[in-house]
Design a protein around this ligand. Structure first.
Ligand code: PGA
Length: 242
């Protein structure tokens, strides 16, 4: 929940100016109210092939009297390619539990939108050594009801809550350990082939100066970038680190 319309347009313009150099897939997730303006800006600066646009959230309901909500159908109708599900701030401040997140995932897949499903432990979990259990439960309850053909469309993001917006980053080794754990769980449920093809992103204080070493880890396929994406130059640097 950052910037305003002019700020969103200016940031998008800044990203478009560096987009010709992208060698990785890049997607941006503006607040719902700015999605179309961001898409329009991407078109205006000729970066449609380089920058896809997604949403930060959607309703678990299909349509109807749910004032204030945005449905997956609405997102699809404006051309959204993907949508975050279960970002820790949604889990924490809006009490989104496993069932709701599973429903949101279903709604998105029903509309052909890629769910970017976020998991991650809180500091207390990590201190207690229960973080693997927490992540396993989040995956099992939110995603593992999916058939393999649906799971193959999902992107997973590991975002340790203690590293989001805190400036504190998981070390590459800490992140890699969890990413491997996530991939192994997917492999156990859906097979090694599907697990190898699943993108598992890391989020939590990704910055230009730590992106390269994080992305060098075997099971870290990319980043989900928060604060550092608010300055085009920083985000562009991170895009070059892949
Ligand atoms: P951060 O946020 O990069 O500012 O830690 C990550 C996120 O919110 O996904």
């Amino acid at each position: 929940m950052n910037l305003d319309l002019e700020g969103a347009r200016a940031l998008t313009k800044g990203l478009c100016e560096g987009a010709a150099d992208f060698t990785c897939d890049v997607m941006v997730f503006p607040p719902a109210v700015f999605i179309e303006a961001v898409m329009e800006t991407v078109r205006q600066y000729g970066a449609v092939e380089k920058i896809a646009v997604g949403a930060q959230n959607c309703s678990q309901f299909e349509n109807g009297a749910y004032t204030g909500e945005v449905s997956a159908t609405m997102l699809r109708s404006i051309g959204c390619a993907a949508c975050l599900v279960g970002h820790s701030e949604r889990r924490q401040y809006f009490n989104e539990g496993h069932d709701v997140l599973a429903q949101k995932t279903n709604q998105l897949l029903g509309e052909g939108i890629v769910p970017v499903f976020c998991v991650g432990e809180e500091l207390a979990d990590r201190r207690a050594g229960t973080h693997f259990e927490v992540i396993k439960t989040q995956l099992e309850q939110g995603l593992f009801h999916l058939a393999a053909s649906e799971m193959a469309k999902v992107v997973v993001a590991y975002e340790p809550v203690w590293a989001i917006g805190t400036g504190e980053t998981a070390s590459p080794a800490q992140a890699q350990e969890v990413h491997k754990f996530i991939r192994d769980l997917i492999a156990a449920k859906y097979g090694a082939g599907l697990a190898d093809n699943t993108r598992v992103l890391y989020g939590g204080s990704v910055k230009p100066d730590n992106a390269k070493e994080l992305f060098a880890e075997a099971d870290i396929d990319g980043g989900l970038v928060g604060g550092a994406s608010l300055k085009a130059v920083n985000f562009l640097d991170i895009c070059q680190a892949g």
